[in-house]
Write a protein that binds this ligand. Structure first.
Ligand code: NIG
Ligand code: FE
Length: 410
C-alpha cells in the first residue's frame, strides 16, 4: 500500500454514537467488563493510522486537509478482535454437517478418522497458493462482519511443510499466527507421543519464528494432560505464548494446567464445573468462550455468567473452522452471548474488543476507541450500538475503517 492510498487524516463525522469499553485497563473483569462510554452526535478523527480525537460534533474544531466520511445514522465501535479462529484450511465438511444433522456425534466422526483429519487431507493437498487464497477469502468474510484483527491457528497440516506453510499464509495475509501443532494425531503416527516427538523436534524450531503462540487440543481422543504439558513447556521454552483448547467435551485438567504454565488463555469451557470457574477466576488466564461451537455441536453453553460474576476475565471468539463452527461473525457471537450466555451487550462488547486484544497481547493498541489506539473502527448501520448483538445475524455492519483508511463499505 503506497502512502497516497492511505489518507493521513480521516474524519468520520455526524455519527449517531461513538462507543468504547470504558477505562484503560485490560483484561476487564467483573462489573468493569460491562461498562461502556457512549458519546452521542459524535466524530472520530484518525491521523496517520491512529485515533487522534473522539468527541462531540458540537466541539469539532478540525482544521487543515482532511478526508471526510459521512457517519449519519451510524454508530462507531472499536474494530472487532477475533482471538480464536482456524481460518487456514482447505475443503469443507458439508457432508459431515449432514451426518451430524442426522444424529452422528462430532466425537464419533473424529474417532472414525473423519472430522479434523478429513480437513488435514484437504489442507495438505492445497499447496501454498491454495492456503493463502483460503486465508484471504476467510479474512474478507471476517472483515465484512466487522473483524479488523484476527488470530488464526495452523493445525490442519500436522506435517512440517504444511504447518509452516499455514503459519506463513496466516502471517502474510494479515493474521496473527498460532501454532496448533497438537490438534490431532495424523494417520502416519501410531501414538500421540510419537507424533509429539516429531512435532517438537522438526516443526517447533521454525514455527517458533513465525507464530506468536502455541495451542493444544487437550481432550479425550486428542492429547492428554501430560502430553499437553510436555508440548506447551517446549513451546514456552521456544518463546511462544501459550493457549489451550480445554473442557470442550470433558474436564481433563486444562484450567489448572493453564494456570500452572501461565497460559494466556484456555478456550471452550463448555464442560467446566464450579471448581474450574473458581480456579480460573483466581488467575490471570483468560477464558475464551466460543458459543457457536457449543450451538452447532449441541453442547451445553460455557458458564459465562458464573465466570464473570466470580471475577474471571473472559473473551468471546468465533472459533471459525470447517467442523464445529463454520461462522466468521463476531456480531452473531455477541447475540449468542446475550441470549444464551447471560451476558449484557456491554459485557459482550468488552469480550470481543479489549479482552480479545489482551489475549493477543495487543490491548495497548487495539480494542478501544481512544486517542493513541490504532484507527480500527466498525460502523454499524444502527441508531444504537446495542444493535451489534440485537440484530441477530443481520447486515448490521455498514463499513469498516482499518489503520485510518476506509477498508470496506456495504
Ligand atoms: O475448536 N476442538 C478442536 N478444534 C476445533 C474444531 C476443529 C475442527 O473440527 O476442524 C474447535 O472446535
Ligand atoms: Fe478452536
Amino acid at each position: 500500500m503506497s502512502s497516497t492510498d492511505s489518507p493521513s487524516r480521516l474524519l468520520v463525522r455526524d455519527l449517531g454514537q461513538a462507543v468504547t469499553p470504558a477505562g484503560a485497563e485490560s483484561p476487564l473483569r467483573g462489573a468493569d467488563l460491562g461498562r461502556v462510554d457512549v458519546i452521542e452526535d459524535a466524530y472520530v478523527l484518525c491521523e496517520a493510522g491512529r485515533i487522534a480525537e473522539v468527541g462531540r460534533m458540537a466541539e469539532l474544531g478540525v482544521e487543515g486537509e482532511v478526508e471526510e466520511l459521512d457517519g449519519r445514522g451510524l454508530c462507531a465501535l472499536p474494530g472487532l478482535v477475533d482471538c480464536h479462529t482456524h481460518a487456514c484450511f482447505a475443503g469443507d465438511r458439508a457432508g459431515e454437517f449432514e451426518l451430524r444433522a442426522r444424529g452422528a456425534s462430532y466425537e464419533e466422526l473424529h474417532a472414525a478418522g473423519g472430522g479434523i483429519l478429513s480437513t488435514v487431507e484437504a489442507t495438505r493437498a492445497a499447496g501454498e497458493d491454495g492456503l493463502r487464497g483460503a486465508v484471504r477469502r476467510h479474512r474478507e468474510w471476517m472483515l465484512h462482519a466487522g473483524t479488523t484483527t484476527f488470530e488464526a491457528k495452523s493445525g490442519y497440516g500436522l506435517d512440517c511443510e504444511t504447518e509452516l506453510t499455514s503459519l506463513r499464509a496466516i502471517r502474510d495475509e494479515g493474521g496473527i499466527p498460532t501454532w496448533l501443532g497438537a490438534h490431532a494425531v495424523p494417520p502416519e503416527f501410531d501414538t500421540a507421543d510419537a507424533y509429539l516427538d516429531f512435532a517438537l523436534a522438526e516443526v517447533l524450531p521454525d514455527a517458533a519464528h513465525i507464530a506468536e503462540a502455541a495451542d493444544v487440543f487437550l481432550e479425550r481422543g486428542a492429547f492428554d494432560r501430560d502430553q499437553a504439558k510436555r508440548y506447551l513447556e517446549a513451546c514456552r521454552e521456544a518463546g511462544l505464548a501459550l493457549r489451550l483448547h480445554g473442557d470442550q467435551f470433558s474436564e481433563q485438567g486444562a484450567i489448572p494446567l493453564a494456570v500452572e504454565l501461565g497460559a494466556r488463555s484456555v478456550d471452550h469451557l463448555e464442560a467446566t464445573g464450579d471448581d474450574g470457574v473458581r480456579v480460573l477466576a483466581d488467575s490471570d488466564v483468560v477464558g475464551v468462550l466460543l458459543p457457536v461451537a457449543a450451538l452447532v455441536l449441541g453442547r451445553p453453553m460455557p458458564p459465562a455468567r458464573a465466570l464473570v460474576d466470580a471475577g474471571a476475565a473472559v473473551a468471546l471468539a468465533t472459533d471459525f473452522n470447517p467442523g464445529s463452527a463454520f461462522c466468521e461473525s463476531l456480531p452473531l457471537v455477541t447475540s449468542l452471548a446475550c441470549t444464551q450466555l447471560g451476558l449484557s451487550p456491554g459485557e459482550a462488547l468488552g469480550a470481543v474488543t479489549v479482552n480479545a486484544a489482551h489475549v493477543l497481547g495487543r490491548a495497548d493498541r487495539i480494542g478501544r476507541l481512544e486517542p493513541g489506539y490504532d484507527a480500527d473502527l466498525v460502523l454499524l448501520d444502527a441508531p444504537d450500538w446495542r444493535h451489534l448483538a440485537y440484530h441477530v445475524s443481520g447486515e448490521v455492519v455498514s463499513a469498516v475503517v482499518r489503520s485510518g483508511r476506509l477498508e470496506w463499505r456495504r
